[in-house]
Design a protein around this ligand. Structure first.
Ligand SMILES: [Zn+2]
Length: 88
């Protein structure tokens, strides 16, 4: 199973609020993402520690019910209840 390869991304460079986390969905290979707190309007939102290289994002991320994981200091841990268990 492919790795999630999560990374911090800017949706619109120039608008610092529109930032989030993207990863590769282990179910279908699509690009999935979660917006950070600064994102205007969208809910839910995740907390980010501001670190781009080794990000910490809270709370855990449930990718459409297919993959449940945490990201702490850049390290992915797949939750035990995750349907898909990609290599972290
Ligand atoms: Zn997914």
């Amino acid at each position: 199973m492919p790795a999630l390869n999560p990374r911090v991304f800017d949706q619109e460079p120039g608008d610092k609020r529109r930032i989030g986390l993207e990863w590769t969905c282990p179910k279908n290979g699509a690009r999935c993402w979660a917006p950070f707190k600064s994102w205007p309007i969208r809910e839910p939102k995740w907390e980010w520690d501001g670190n781009r290289e080794t990000p910490t994002v809270k709370p855990s991320i449930n990718c459409g019910g297919c993959c449940h994981f945490t990201l702490t200091k850049g390290k992915v841990v797949i939750a035990s209840d995750s349907e898909f268990k990609p290599s972290a």
